[in-house]
Design a protein around this ligand. Structure first.
Ligand SMILES: Nc1ncnc2c1ncn2[C@@H]1O[C@H](COP(=O)(O)OP(=O)(O)OP(=O)(O)O)[C@@H](O)[C@H]1O
Ligand SMILES: [Mg+2]
Length: 321
């Protein structure tokens, strides 16, 4: 990872880890969150991933973006533990405290248990007690915040995270998330990541976010181009005017470090391409622009972190207007 990129990565981990992390919970199908995480963290890599999801798996009421981030951090560690490639296995099943004689000493009775297993280097007994500590790392470029972030996220959801490992053989993480008892309508039922089409312009100062969005949107059928600030977004838009590849929709990050942000960019894009739909995106859902987006010239909002469903819904809604 490049220096600057690593710094934003660190800032994001720290944000979730320390203060930014109050979960915004909705009912989700865990399977969909697992699939999104696999898609983001294993795209283009030589490690393979096998999944086994119980067909009767309960739903959970969680912050989808945070739980995806939690799975991502663990899958990335698994990948790094097998530098020569290898198999990652993810299983999800229902777990009841009174079954199997296993007692978690957690408050609820019903959980969804996700197991993420690798056949990598393993973790020695002398450090296994430290891996969830903030800043504990054995990697040259590690922040040591990956698992600390996971721990915070899972605890804020009333769940638990456990690890078992055998050096030289591999490691397995168990994540327990409280199950949602009522089978009510889920975010995922409502919006089985609807496919779409159209040309999307993404503006974000974080290259990782551009890459992740590009991947998710392409898998939904959109074609995508990215710009790292407002100036670059306007330039890209200008190049395409009146051509077949003119943009139909733009997702603009509200705050861009050292460049033109979304608030200023939206007017320029609308002047160039009057029909373009522009969504404002931010991790700060309490920002007044996010709640009064119309007043600032936007057609919709796209809160971070993203899930495939929230993205597909926001895009198809904006394109229908
Ligand atoms: N699947 C795994 N196999 C072997 N060791 C692991 C695994 N997962 C975590 N560890 C150990 O736990 C440590 C802490 O992991 P954590 O994800 O918190 O930080 P990191 O991976 O070192 O840094 P970052 O996540 O910022 O890249 C790692 O440095 C590694 O020693
Ligand atoms: Mg890590």
């Amino acid at each position: 990872m490049k220096g600057a990129q690593q710094a934003t990565h660190l800032t994001k981990q720290l944000l979730t880890f320390s203060r930014g992390g109050n979960p915004v919970k909705k009912v989700h199908k865990v399977e969909i969150l697992i699939r999104d995480a696999i898609e983001i963290s294993l795209s283009g890599s030589k490690q393979r991933c096998q999944t086994e999801i119980a067909p009767d798996l309960w739903n959970t009421k969680v912050d989808g973006g945070q739980i995806i981030q939690n799975f991502n951090n663990i899958i990335i560690n698994a990948k790094q533990a097998m530098p020569e490639g290898g198999q990652i296995s993810i299983k999800a099943k229902n777990f009841h405290q009174t079954w199997d004689g296993e007692n978690l000493n957690l408050g609820e009775a019903k959980y969804v248990r996700v197991e993420i297993r690798d056949s990598g280097v393993g973790i020695s007994q002398s450090i296994i007690g430290n891996i969830f500590d903030p800043f504990f790392t054995t990697k040259k470029n590690g922040t040591g915040l990956g698992l600390a972030t996971c721990y915070t996220i899972i605890k804020k959801h009333g769940g638990d995270i456990r690890v078992e490992s055998e050096p030289g053989k591999g490691t397995v993480f168990y994540i327990y998330l409280p199950a949602e008892e009522e089978h009510i309508f889920t975010e995922s039922d409502a919006m089985q990541a609807e496919k779409g089409s159209g040309r999307v312009l993404i503006m974000d100062d974080d290259e990782m976010i551009i890459n992740m969005l590009t991947l998710l949107l392409k898998s939904l059928g959109y074609s995508v181009e990215g710009a790292m600030d407002g100036e670059a977004a306007i330039e890209l838009c200008k190049e395409k005017i009146n051509s077949e590849s003119a943009f139909q929709i733009a997702i603009l990050d509200l705050t861009v470090s050292g460049g033109m942000g979304g608030e200023e960019t939206v007017g320029h894009l609308k002047a160039l391409e009057p029909k373009i739909k522009v969504l404002v995106s931010s991790g700060y859902s309490t920002d007044p622009i996010m709640s009064n987006f119309k007043k600032y010239g936007f057609d919709g909002v796209m809160p971070k972190p993203y899930t495939k469903e929230s993205l597909s819904r926001a895009l198809s809604k904006a394109l229908q207007k």
